[in-house]
Design a binder for this molecule. Sequence first.
Ligand SMILES: [Zn+2]
Ligand SMILES: [Zn+2]
Length: 270
Amino acid sequence: MLQFISICSGSSGNCYYLLKDGYGLLIDLGISFRKFKQHFSNYGLPLAQIQAILVTHDHTDHVKGVPQLSIDFRLPVYTSKLVHTSMMRNHYLSKKVPAAQQNPYERGDAPLQLGPFEIRSFAVPHDSADNNGYVIRVEEKCIVVMTDIGHFTPEMEQAAGEATHLIIESNYDEEMLAHSSYPPRLQRRIRGERGHISNAETGRFLAQHLNPERIRQVWLCHLSAENNQPAKALATVTEALEEAGYAPGLPGGLKVDPLPRQTPTLLQTL
Ligand SMILES: [Zn+2]
Ligand SMILES: [Zn+2]
């Protein structure tokens, strides 16, 4: 049985969890370890089942709790060398991942086998030291994670086409951002080639690059608190998918769900 839960998603913290036959794989941990422990105990999830931590990039909303979890449970952390190095220099992190637990995994390396999960990474353009997307194969499923997306690349198109389950950023509504209180410089950073991606851009990308024979579930992640609303993200993406012939929301159709920012989803069986 393969299970998934999103613990949190957005600029105040990101954390996703995959569990297969007692092997837990954590993807990012961008909230405090204390908060994380609370969520896990509320859901009756044993921390001892976590076997490894996979990190996308070095921004604090993705790594805040990583060092403490790695120290307390002697857990290996996997990400590219650039991200490891930048985490060591991140002064928002009072604790550091112990050297023995820092496992470099680079794009183009042979697939990483972590328990039942076979993993490879791809580049995602963003204004961090580096940013990794992941293709995670387990059972006959393929879970793809791409977040904090400045713009889409052919490699990301290919990864999306492999997905049966896709976690993808849908950061902002273009109109809400244009009318927001954000200063123009910050708006430009968000819209920029190394910033974040809008609902409309994500909708167009999904309509073109998902494989209708494979895809079953899309989770929209990293929604902005100020410049987006779950209903807007869902409506924009759904409209693009419907135009491309998908039937999101209908029985047997593709499932699309925005992930809540602060509260965990239910633990769901994939
Ligand atoms: Zn982020
Ligand atoms: Zn980021």
